[in-house]
Design a protein around this ligand. Structure first.
Ligand code: PEP
Ligand code: MG
Length: 559
């Protein structure tokens, strides 16, 4: 048995036969062209076609995996339309008389090197994306034939196999036949790559970064892939085989047990109920929320409408999106958070001044209150869409009573304008605020009577309470959402909400942390909003809790 160690990118395991996918990387032809105009036309045509192909992949990814995964191919379209990237290719054709495919190959080399040299790990992961889009262009400029893992599927007949390769482009990963590809094992790749993200979403066991140890000599051999441990065993011994088999069976049993929880209540053994909603960042994720039986949408990050656009989304554009969300969820609650731009979320068409500490700067409600027209446009769209479903409105990053007053004033103006214009809308819309600053938590007794609900944003609440930038990968050890300070603030917010007779939930990542579910139930939280894939695991945890059994003093332990 040979053991290879890499990075596990999904927790799944499996056993199968290795099949190597060797890309036919014929050298890109290099020659000088005399008619630069004709070559530029050829490039523009291939470019248009590449965009069309990526739109199709975007749709396919949305259906197979979800909104975030579909966005990968939207990013590819944006990269392909990037002025620097296209300018590089056009310049090489026009001024160096390079043939278009060679110019695209040079662009791949230039930009992927640039990304690889960046400090930011996320940006380094983009090198693979720029190579992927360039290969698409080169293919279209040459014979148009796709070089895909399809050839392997043909060879393998009906049998499933473990796909081994140097690396796999995101566009190849999304097209994998899930019936046939039991797992992916790669020599290269990074945890942050879009290929890794896609493998996780598709539930394909995957281990990357295995290096040259993953030799082609192992073609056709049996392998056991342990995605959780990041290990691949070639010709596994009986003991290893049984261990990996057991892991894979347990995962399968867990999946079917969770799926049997659909339609059941979020209720503890001793009868305490809690609402369980889903967090989403785009309309396409509603499908996942419903598939996972979420009781509603607890946080709809409306930024997607702004960040995915090349212009400020108009009122009608927003109305259509919110209405679609409300209708898709039937009568279930859809809590739409108003614009949370700034800090890590920037839109080119809405430039914000560079700041020393953007997380402590001009963001979210601060931007909205400084740009009442921008804010009012969103509020008008929300009140109009509320006539078509169960929409609630939520304001982010509140730090004071005055901000809530100012937001309510603009909301009232939006309603008056709609009424004056004879535009149909609903006025009695549930309105809440996010408690994600220590200031809001500490004055929650004063804020509670002003609103209908609180939703605790533990991601920001943790960063601001612990003075630990959530974007800084070097201070991970300081970002501890279990910290007593965070837990005490949560408890204080719950008590103050209930004192004022309003409901309170958590929509930060901590809501999905099942090690705290019991504590949250004891604290009296009314709602937890979690990523769609965590709805059923959290329901499972809730159903296995009996609050009447006081074997541990949960709250006291945490705060
Ligand atoms: C939070 O801060 O916990 C939250 C849910 O908002 P976001 O992660 O979008 O900042
Ligand atoms: Mg936040």
């Amino acid at each position: 048995m040979i053991s290879l160690i890499g990075i596990g990118v999904s927790g799944e395991s499996c056993i199968g036969t290795l099949s190597f996918y060797r890309k036919n990387r014929t050298a890109v032809p290099e020659y000088k062209i005399s008619d630069t105009q004709a070559e530029l036309c050829r490039f523009e045509q291939a470019h248009r076609q590449a965009i069309e192909e990526l739109k199709e992949l975007q749709e396919q990814a949305g259906q197979k995996a979800g909104g975030e995964e579909a966005a990968i191919f939207e990013i590819h379209q944006m990269m392909l339309q990037d002025q620097d990237y296209c300018g590089f290719i056009r310049d090489a054709i026009q001024n160096q008389h390079a043939n278009a495919s060679y110019a695209a190959d040079m662009a791949a080399g230039h930009f992927s090197e640039m990304f690889s040299a960046m400090e930011d790990e996320y940006m380094r992961g983009r090198a693979a994306d720029v190579r992927d889009i360039s290969e698409r262009l080169i293919r279209l400029l040459n014979d148009g034939q796709a070089d895909t893992p399809e050839s392997l599927f043909a060879q393998s007949g009906t049998e499933g196999f473990i796909l081994a390769a140097d690396d796999l482009a995101p566009s190849e990963t999304i097209q994998l036949d899930r019936e046939k590809v039991l797992a992916i094992v790669l020599r290269h790749g990074s945890q942050n790559s879009h290929t890794a993200i896609l493998a996780r979403s598709l539930g394909i066991p995957a281990v990357i970064g295995l290096g040259d140890g993953l030799s082609e000599e192992y073609e056709g051999m049996q392998a056991a892939v342990d995605g959780a441990a990041g290990k691949v065993y070639i010709c596994p011994d009986t003991e290893t085989l049984h261990a990996v088999q057991a892991k894979s069976e347990q995962a399968g049993q867990r999946r079917s047990r969770l799926s049997r929880l659909k339609g059941t209540a979020n209720m503890t053994n001793d009868g305490k109920k809690i609402e369980l909603y889903a967090n989403i960042g785009s309309i396409s994720e509603i499908k996942q929320a419903l598939e996972n039986d979420a009781g509603g949408i607890g946080l709809f990050r409306s930024e997607f409408l702004y960040l995915e656009n090349t212009h400020l989304p108009a009122e009608d554009e927003q109305f259509a999106a919110y209405r679609q969300a409300a209708e898709a969820m039937g009568g279930r609650k859809v809590i739409i958070r108003t614009l949370d731009l700034g800090a890590d979320k920037q839109a080119d068409y809405f430039p914000l001044e560079a700041e020393e500490n953007p997380a402590l700067g001009f963001r979210a409600i601060r931007i909205c209150l400084a740009h009442p027209d921008l804010f009012k446009t969103q509020l008008r769209a929300l009140y109009r869409a509320a006539a078509y479903g169960n929409i609630s409105i939520m304001y982010p990053m509140i730090t004071s009573v005055e901000e809530v007053e100012a937001a309510k004033k603009i909301a009232a103006e939006a309603q008056q304008e709609l009424a004056a214009g004879g535009i149909p809308f609903r006025s009695n819309v549930e309105t809440g605020i996010m408690i994600e600053t220590p200031a809001a938590a500490l004055i929650s007794s004063e804020l509670a009577p002003m609103v209908d609900f609180f939703s605790i944003g533990t991601n920001d609440l943790t960063q601001y309470t612990l003075a630990a930038d959530r974007q800084n990968p070097n201070i991970g050890q300081f970002i501890n959402p279990h910290h007593k300070a965070v837990m005490r603030l949560i408890k204080m917010v719950v008590d103050n909400a209930h004192q004022a007779g309003i409901w309170v939930g958590i929509c930060g990542e901590l809501g999905g942390d099942i090690s705290l579910t019991r504590t949250f139930l004891k604290m009296g939280l009314d709602e937890l909003s979690v990523p769609p894939g965590l709805v059923l695991p959290v329901r499972d945890a809730i159903q296995n809790i009996d609050l009447s059994q006081e074997e541990k003093k949960e709250i006291e332990n945490h705060i």
